[in-house]
Design a protein around this ligand. Structure first.
Ligand code: HEM
Length: 412
């Protein structure tokens, strides 16, 4: 007989707001039922995949396991609301993470070059300035702040606004939309907005950006998307705004959550903090460990296109699979002491950025951003300690800390 309380816990946003509960749940699954048939009441059933090796095996075979049409966990009621709001379409946006080949390759090609190290390197100086300004603003607060709300929530937003060429005055509006978009079930974060409202707000915001760039194209990323063609035709309005939504949303709370969760890990492991302060060259490795540790993307889905056997379980054609990245990144068979935060962990083959053709498009930018910030923070701020209880966002999709009160002193 199926244990529905366990299945319920996998889909409950609250599970992810209580970090210990999340890790106990997935440690049990990895040990007892790593390919777990999950039938939570109110959701279409799926397989929960919790082992590192299995996540890679599935992601590697992108013809056998496709992204569309089910990309993330939504209740049946919510899926119905989406279809109603979208005139029958099963998704609110259609960006590259909702696409399979041949469309995936064609649409990824539009921005792929822009996200390569050679291009991102041109932005390093400007990103370093944003990191410096963010730490300046933190220090202006005195000796205490909520690191998530006052610093980490804003920093990646400013970088996205830089790459999409969005004027500063739109910052607060974009921050609100993103919080509502990734609020999961967390009333404190969503503040009355739901995912559908938030997506429409995003789409409307970016429609204006696209119109403006078509009139006056520049060399920024927003113009590349607004003027893009696929198969010799301009891309549609829906795909254009979806592309912006994907970049603005994917590049925001993932980074805020990783920086906040990474800082908390350093506070809780003063020896690791010391290592980084003494040897800043370890910061790039520490950033990888932060992504493994926090795994801000809790899952993505795949759908099987043919029958497939995994660890003796028969996955049928049309079955859905939830890839549990935070679980894969704590897998005892893939990492030595996975529950220890080791700033200079090597090797560190985490799947926090995914794997295969859908692996994070912005991963190089994300690393540059996080390294720049950590360099700035650790060289200018000292004695960082907790000044209150941290709290995590209740979301089964993307997020991490929503509150991180800290006390600190200024180095120079
Ligand atoms: C710490 C920061 C980040 C983390 C942990 C992260 C993680 C992920 C993960 C797990 C996926 C799905 C991979 C898969 O299906 O195999 C993904 C996809 C994606 N990410 Fe990121 N991401 C981060 C930052 C960014 C940034 C800064 C951008 C761009 C501004 C970005 C853009 C994207 C896009 C466009 C996709 C879809 C790729 C595709 O389907 O081909 N991400 N990311």
């Amino acid at each position: 007989m199926q244990d529905t309380s366990l299945d319920q816990a996998i889909v409950d946003h609250e599970t992810y707001g209580a970090l210990d509960r999340q890790h106990i749940l997935f440690s049990t699954l990895r040990k007892e039922d790593p390919v777990h048939w999950t039938e939570p009441p109110g959701f279409r059933p799926f397989w929960t995949i919790s082992k590192h090796q299995d996540v890679i095996e599935i992601e590697r075979q992108n013809e056998k396991f496709i992204n569309a049409p089910r990309t993330k966990l939504l209740s049946i009621d919510f899926e119905t609301k989406v279809r109603d709001a979208m005139a029958g379409r099963p998704m609110l946006v259609r960006a590259i993470n909702q696409m399979d080949n041949p469309d995936h390759a064609k649409y990824k090609k539009i921005t792929h070059a822009w996200f390569q190290p050679r291009e991102v390197r041109h932005l390093e100086d400007r990103i370093a300035v944003i990191a410096r300004t963010s730490v300046d603003q933190m220090l202006e607060k005195g000796t205490e702040c909520d690191f998530y709300k006052d610093v980490a929530g804003w920093y990646p937003l400013r970088v996205i606004m830089l790459i999409l060429g969005i004027p500063d005055e739109h910052g607060p509006r974009l921050l609100d939309i993103t919080r509502a978009y990734f609020g999961g079930g967390d009333a404190e974060v969503q503040r009355g907005n739901d995912l559908i409202d938030a997506t429409f707000a995003y789409v409307n915001f970016f429609k204006e950006v696209a119109r403006e760039r078509r009139r006056n194209p520049t060399d920024d990323l927003a113009s590349i998307i607004a003027t893009a063609e696929v198969d010799g035709e301009p891309i549609g309005e829906f795909e254009t705004s979806s592309y912006y939504v994907a970049l603005a949303s994917a590049g925001h709370d993932t980074i805020s959550a990783t920086l906040s969760g990474g800082l908390l890990a350093l506070i809780e492991n003063p020896g690791e903090m010391r290592k980084l302060k003494q040897n800043p060259d370890l910061i790039p490795a520490a950033v990888e460990e932060m992504v493994r540790w926090v795994s801000p993307v809790k899952h993505f889905f795949r759908t099987a296109t043919e029958t497939y056997t995994l660890r003796g379980k028969t996955i049928k054609q049309g079955d859905h699979l939830l890839l549990a990245y935070p679980s894969a990144n704590r897998d005892e068979d893939a990492f030595e002491s996975p529950f220890a935060f080791v700033a200079d962990r090597t090797p560190n083959r985490h799947v926090g950025f995914g794997f295969g053709i859908h692996a994070c498009l912005g991963l190089y930018l994300a690393k540059v951003e996080m390294i720049a910030f950590m360099r700035e923070l650790l060289s200018r701020v000292d004695g960082i300690e907790l000044a209150g209880e941290p709290a995590w966002t209740e979301t089964s999709f993307v997020g991490g800390l929503k509150r991180l009160p800290i006390r600190f002193s200024r180095l120079h």
